[in-house]
Design a binder for this molecule. Structure first.
Ligand SMILES: Nc1ncnc2c1ncn2[C@@H]1O[C@H](COP(=O)(O)OP(=O)(O)OP(=O)(O)O)[C@@H](O)[C@H]1O
Ligand SMILES: [Mg+2]
Length: 227
């Protein structure tokens, strides 16, 4: 599903990613943890085609995204990838259902089909009765669930989330985390989640530790379990 080979990335003289190799299977829920400045967001942005690596290749769904033109990239991103950020980034002047429908419009989906899909997602999120509210009339947890619905509207293969529960209280945080697993079970989505939340990291299928631009190599005892 996601195949990353020898990614490096520098900002000026600062080398932020120093040779990352990573494979993530379809339907895996993976967390990326590590200290501030380790390069987690940079790696996620590169997987999400929002930034380009200096060297190396990134395959998503068998497509080498590092070779796509800007236009092809925008289209690929819209159809294959969904993003959830720490702060929901909903558009304030649009209602919940409209916010969810926007990426579907961009993909060329008809109004009727987009609305049906958005309604289905709102129902799945338990938000049917909030559909016509604007973001400032929603709670933090509700806004974040609308943002997840928006990420899902085009049925992307991969959801990339950067500190998705960072702004939520414990109850909303736990509900959001459960939602990720429910979505994986129902729709088979692959999740890559950058988090500082240790509880979330422990319940994901795999936790990837990042430090100083590199992935921590698993200790030998972990490897021997596979032999
Ligand atoms: N556009 C940029 N220009 C210059 N430096 C950058 C840029 N983006 C990130 N950096 C630097 O790259 C390093 C890694 O940043 P990154 O955002 O990937 O870290 P992170 O692991 O996500 O940290 P955090 O947990 O604090 O979010 C940091 O030292 C940061 O200052
Ligand atoms: Mg970050």
């Amino acid at each position: 599903m996601i195949d990353i080979k020898n990614i490096t990335k520098s900002f000026g003289s600062l080398q932020v990613l120093k040779g990352i190799d990573l494979h993530i299977d379809k339907g895996e829920v993976v967390s990326i943890v590590g200290p501030s400045g380790a390069g987690k967001t940079t790696l996620l942005q590169i997987i999400g085609t929002l930034d380009k690596p200096d060297t190396g290749s990134v395959h998503v769904d068998s497509v080498d995204v590092t070779t796509l033109s800007q236009k092809a990239l925008a289209d690929f991103r819209n159809r294959h990838l969904g993003f959830v950020f720490q702060f929901h980034q909903l558009l304030p002047e649009f209602t919940a259902i409209e916010n969810i429908m926007i990426p579907a419009y961009i993909a060329g989906t008809s109004n009727k089909a987009a609305k049906e899909r958005a309604k289905e997602l709102l129902q799945f999120m338990g938000l049917t009765n909030r559909a016509n509210h604007k973001p400032n009339e929603l709670s933090g947890g509700e806004k974040q669930r609308v943002a997840v619905a928006r990420a899902l509207v085009n049925s992307p293969a991969v959801i990339l989330a950067d500190e998705p529960s960072g702004s939520l209280d414990t109850k909303n945080k736990e509900e959001l985390h459960q939602l990720f697993f429910d979505l994986r079970d129902k729709f088979g989505q692959t999740f890559v989640i950058v988090t500082h939340d240790e509880q979330l990291a422990t319940i994901t299928d795999r936790t990837i530790h990042m430090r100083d631009g590199l992935l921590d190599i698993p200790v030998v005892s972990d490897l021997s379990a596979d032999i």
